[in-house]
Design a protein around this ligand. Structure first.
Ligand SMILES: C[S@@+](CC[C@H](N)C(=O)[O-])C[C@H]1O[C@@H](n2cnc3c(N)ncnc32)[C@H](O)[C@@H]1O
Length: 197
């Protein structure tokens, strides 16, 4: 397996990707995507960090922006690069979850069941939201991506029967996530499949 630095990025295109079968590129998503040629990928599948829920401890990480709108804007810029490298019939599977405002708590104490859920920094309540408000991230991102040129083809509910319920927070953790299917162009492939009807 070649490391990211060993790859001749000028040669990354449809032919090379077909030949290699698999290449792992590690790095900041926006910068790494810029190394890929226009219309060289047919399918993208991704699960970006949700806003304000976890500190991954890496430079330039997405998800800890002070304002929710900054987070949405950052994702739109990254997905603009994804759209550039998608082929005309390409699709994007995007898994994105929601959350609640922190009520201006500055940190998240370690979760007894999952120590990794501790966070030393948490974004405060964003402009336009109130403490304990549902953020509405999937919808906000959906509308922002549509405005940026994406075609939203379908929303897909990921039912999670084993979700956590924290009654003391006076709200339910959602047991359904919202991945979505996006397309670069308004394709109509009814002849091949009824899934797009
Ligand atoms: C929800 S996790 C995705 C997990 C992944 N689907 C998996 O199964 O391992 C989000 C990931 O995005 C990474 N991440 C955060 N900001 C990033 C950025 N700017 N560029 C690339 N990756 C980033 C985090 O380090 C984390 O690994």
């Amino acid at each position: 397996m070649e490391s990211f630095n060993e790859i001749d990025h000028k040669k990354i295109g449809p032919e090379r990707i077909r030949l290699l079968c698999s290449t792992i590129i590690e790095g900041d998503s926006y910068i790494a995507l810029q190394k890929l040629e226009d219309e060289s990928i047919q399918c993208a599948v991704t699960s970006p960090p949700y806003w304000g829920l976890r500190d991954y401890g890496i430079d330039g990480q997405i998800g800890l922006e002070n304002q929710l709108q900054q987070y949405i804007d950052n994702l739109v810029v990254v997905f603009r690069e994804v759209r550039r490298i998608l082929t005309a019939d390409g699709v994007l599977w995007l898994n994105i979850g929601d959350g609640y405002t922190s009520g201006d708590r500055g940190c998240r104490a370690p979760d007894k069941k999952n120590q990794a859920r501790a966070m030393s920094v948490r974004p405060g309540t964003s402009a336009g939201l109130k403490p304990k408000d549902l953020l509405g991230v999937p919808w906000r991102l959906a509308f922002a991506l549509q405005s940026d040129g994406w075609h939203l083809r379908s929303d897909v509910i990921w039912n999670k029967p084993n979700c956590q319920v924290l009654a003391r927070m006076i709200m339910f953790w959602t047991h359904s996530w919202a991945p979505a299917l996006w397309a670069k162009w308004p394709l109509d492939i009814r002849e091949d499949s009824s899934a797009w009807n």
